[in-house]
Structures are given as structure tokens and as C-alpha cells.
Design a protein around this ligand. Structure first.
Ligand code: HEM
Length: 418
């Protein structure tokens, strides 16, 4: 069943220069798609003069997003030029007096050195080593779910599994693992969105995060490398040169990178199962299809709605003059629904040919470091889920994250059927 979106009529008739796809309200109501469809057709490189984040360009076609994302010489991620998200206050906040420098917000050569320092964590042998533990934990979470009773899939499945995974990656004390969930939520929150009340509260909670990790760091630095991320950072020569803000920034990048995103994919997969049960039945009948099911989940959900760059020189792009200093938003959520590249893009198709050809992990030098790990977690979830129940039924009103960055859910009330 192809989903129907709110605002179809408004999106068709509103003057183009009044379209502002950065409004969080559009994401709470899953109403952004009709606006993106209009932009892709009539103004694929679109200038929004006025928004809560100031003026910005929107790039909405698949191929244009690839072109911008791979041109890091002109389109910078470096926080010294702005930020890598539309809202300068998120992830790169001056607000609350705490700054979180990390390699997603750096250009080469600094970016490359930092990325190299943490990449061994997602090397194939490390993933192979982690798989049995991920499977064991996934089985336990699924076995404890009530059959035939209503519960929140986001909390009981998505958050539980991704938080366990993060605890494993950092070798973080298991009983404290929900702290990771909280910190991840706090980092991307601004006052008034229900997570924090003030910037001061945010700073205080992030200082707690910093203190906790510094302690772990000191413990791991004293002993031989143990293979987890904190140990890797503690023994990395690059990291030795960093100040405490950069250490915190790197930790926070990994917490947010590995948490909200995989969580959203897992949540989106429950909705996909509800809307497209026949697609999951195909995979149950032919388990090899898990290889296309997983990337299709990641494409269809698109957990990160946009990434932003800042032009560091004037450039003409698709006939438009983008000026030095302009903000440029690459809407992955739109590119992944670009009908010129993706056939029936709003449909969820478990055996989609070339399923990995999507934008959810970005492109270019910042392409998601954790993509294989995320896919592994989602694969194990559905391999185990399909053995246990036939359908996830959404039985009530879903609550979505009020954000133009994290495209995800807070609550999906579901009932499981054997
Ligand atoms: C389905 C899950 C995930 C999605 C959709 C996702 C998405 C993304 C996106 C869109 C980017 C930026 C790409 C760009 O700017 O071109 C990114 C970067 C990154 N992600 Fe992920 N991510 C996921 C899971 C993970 C996991 C599990 C980890 C960590 C273990 C992780 C760590 C990172 C890091 C460190 C970066 C920065 C890379 C760089 O700047 O070089 N991500 N991710």
C-alpha cells in the first residue's frame, strides 16, 4: 500500500518561493514528501530566503546531492565555516558554552586523520567478532516481547538494541547503557522540543557525559589495547594531540552516529512491515533476500533527512549562483524518493534491484563510517524477527521526532502476530 501524505494540495499550489522544507512540523506529520516532489520537479536547486535558520539552498535531486556531497573542496563541512546541519546550534553549539568538534565537522586533512583513528572499529574482522553477541542480545530482546499485547516498538526494540550495541562498541558499563540514549537525545535537542528545557541543562548533562568518558578513557589508557572504541581512542597517537573538547566531540559523534540513525531504521522497518507485509513474506520464503531488504529499510526510512554544507567560494550549480558563505542543504530524504533514479520510490520493495544505490549514508569523504555495522544490526534483527513472528501491526497513533535532521519516531504502538 503506497503511503498517502498530508499537504498534497498545499504543496501543489503554494508559491515556490514560500516553500521552506526545514520546518520541523513537516516531519512530525510526515508531510515533507509532497513539497520535495514539487521542488524536484520545478526547482531542484531552490533558495529559501527566510527560515528559522536563515536563508539556505535546498538540493533535492539524487544526482545533484551526489555532486555536492563529493565536491568537498567547494562545499565545506568544517564548523569554522558554519556547520554540517542547517541549525548552527545543533551538534556544533556555541549555546550553553560547550562545543563539540568532531570529524564530520572537519575538512581534509584534519578530517582524514581523525577518521583513520577510529575506523578499525568497523573493520570486517571486528564486525565478524561482534556478530554473535549482537545476535544473542537481539534474540533476548525479541524473546521478551509480548505477543498480542500493545507496546512501543521504538522503546522496546529500536532503543534497546541500538543502546546495547553502543555499550558493546565502547565497552560501556552495561547497567548504565541508557545514559548513552539520554546523551544522544540531549546532543541533538534544543530547548522547547521536549528533551531539555535550557541550554544550561544541556551543558550540564554533556559535562556529565564528558566526565564519564574521561574516566573510562583513563582506565583504558592504563592497560593494553582492548579493541573497543574508548581503548582505540586512548591509544591513538592522533587523539593524544587533542584537547578534551575534541575528545568529547568524537565520542558524541559516535554516540549520535550509531544511535539515533540505526534506531530510526529499526523503527521505520516496523512501519514498513505493517504497510507492506507481503514484502516481508517474500523474505521469509526466500531468506537470501535479506541482502536487499536491509538497504531497502535504510533507503525507505532515510534516518538522516539532510546534511548541510557551506559554499566556500562562489559557484554556478545547475544554472543557479551559489555564493560564498551560503548554506546548502542536501535533502537525502528527497533524493531517496527521486523517481528519476528510484522506481516507485514511495513503495517498499524487499527485492529491489540495486537496493544499495541510495543516499542514506551520504556520499564522498564523509560517507557514513558505521554503515556496515548498522546494516549488520538491522540484518540480525530481521533474521531473528522473521523466525519469531509473522507481522508487526501498528495499532495506534505514531509519534515522530520533531526534527528536520533525525527522521525517526518516538512512539510506534504495535501488536505482534505469531
Ligand atoms: C542506518 C544507520 C545510519 C545512517 C543512516 C547513518 C547516516 C550517516 C550520514 C548521512 C552521515 C554523513 C554523510 C555525509 O555527510 O556525506 C554519516 C556519517 C557518519 N556516521 Fe553514520 N549512519 C548510520 C549508522 C552509523 C553507525 C552505527 C555509526 C558508528 C558506529 C556511524 C558513525 C558515523 C560517523 C563516525 C560519521 C562521520 C563520517 C565522516 O565524517 O567521515 N553511523 N552517517
Amino acid at each position: 500500500m503506497t503511503p498517502v501524505f498530508p499537504d498534497e494540495e498545499i504543496a501543489r499550489t503554494i508559491p515556490l518561493d514560500e516553500i521552506d522544507v526545514s520546518k520541523p512540523d513537516l516531519y512530525v506529520r510526515e508531510a515533507a514528501h509532497p513539497y520535495f516532489a514539487r521542488l524536484r520537479k520545478e526547482a531542484p536547486v531552490h533558495y529559501c530566503r527566510e527560515s528559522a535558520y536563515g536563508p539556505y539552498w535546498s538540493i533535492t535531486k539524487f544526482s545533484d546531492i551526489v555532486a555536492i556531497d563529493t565536491n568537498h573542496k567547494v562545499f565545506s563541512s568544517d564548523v569554522s565555516n558554519g556547520s554540517f546541519v542547517l541549525d548552527d546550534a545543533t551538534l556544533n553549539p556555541i549555546n550553553g558554552g560547550i562545543s563539540l568538534p568532531n570529524f564530520l565537522g572537519m575538512d581534509p586533512p584534519k578530517h582524514d586523520a581523525h577518521r583513520l583513528a577510529v575506523s578499525p572499529i568497523v573493520a570486517t574482522e571486528n564486525l565478524n567478532r561482534m556478530e554473535p553477541l549482537i545476535r544473542q542480545r537481539t534474540q533476548k530482546v525479541l524473546d521478551e516481547l509480548p505477543i498480542g499485547e500493545t507496546f512501543n516498538w521504538v522503546d522496546r526494540v529500536s532503543i534497546e538494541l541500538t543502546t546495547m550495541m553502543l555499550a558493546t562498541l565502547f565497552d560501556f558499563p552495561f547497567e548504565d547503557r541508557r545514559k548513552l540514549t539520554r546523551w544522544s537525545d540531549v546532543v541533538t535537542a534544543s530547548p522547547g522540543t521536549g528533551v531539555i528545557d535550557t541550554w544550561e541543562q544541556r551543558e550540564q548533562e554533556l559535562r556529565e557525559c564528558e566526565a564519564y568518558f574521561k574516566d573510562l578513557y583513563a582506565q583504558r589508557a592504563r592497560i593494553a589495547p582492548t579493541g573497543d572504541l574508548v581503548s582505540m581512542l586512548a591509544h591513538s597517537p592522533v587523539m593524544q594531540e587533542l584537547g578534551s573538547e575534541e575528545f568529547l566531540g568524537t565520542i558524541v559523534l559516535l554516540i549520535v552516529g550509531g544511535n539515533d540513525t540505526t534506531r530510526s531504521s529499526m523503527s521505520g522497518s516496523a512501519l514498513a512491515n505493517h504497510l507492506f507485509p507481503a514484502e516481508f513474506a517474500k523474505v521469509k520464503a526466500n531468506p537470501a533476500l535479506i541482502n536487499s531488504l536491509v538497504p531497502e529499510i535504510v533507503r525507505w526510512q532515510t534516518p538522516i533527512a539532510h546534511m548541510r554544507r557551506t559554499a566556500i567560494e562562489d559557484i554556478e550549480f545547475q544554472g543557479k549562483k551559489i555564493r560564498k558563505g551560503d548554506k546548502v542543504a542536501m535533502w537525502y530524504l528527497s533524493g531517496n524518493r527521486d523517481e528519476d533514479v528510484i522506481d516507485r520510490p514511495h513503495d517498499f520493495i524487499a527485492d529491489r534491484p540495486r537496493a544499495r544505490h541510495h543516499l542514506s549514508f551520504g556520499f564522498g569523504i564523509h560517507r557514513c563510517l558505521g554503515n556496515r555495522l548498522a546494516e549488520l544490526q538491522i540484518r540480525v534483527l530481521w533474521e531473528e524477527a522473521l523466525k519469531r513472528f509473522s507481522q508487526v501491526e501498528v495499532v495506534g497513533e505514531m509519534v515522530r521526532v520533531p526534527s528536520n535532521l533525525i527522521h525517526g519516531f518516538i512512539d510506534i504502538p504495535v501488536r505482534l502476530h505469531r
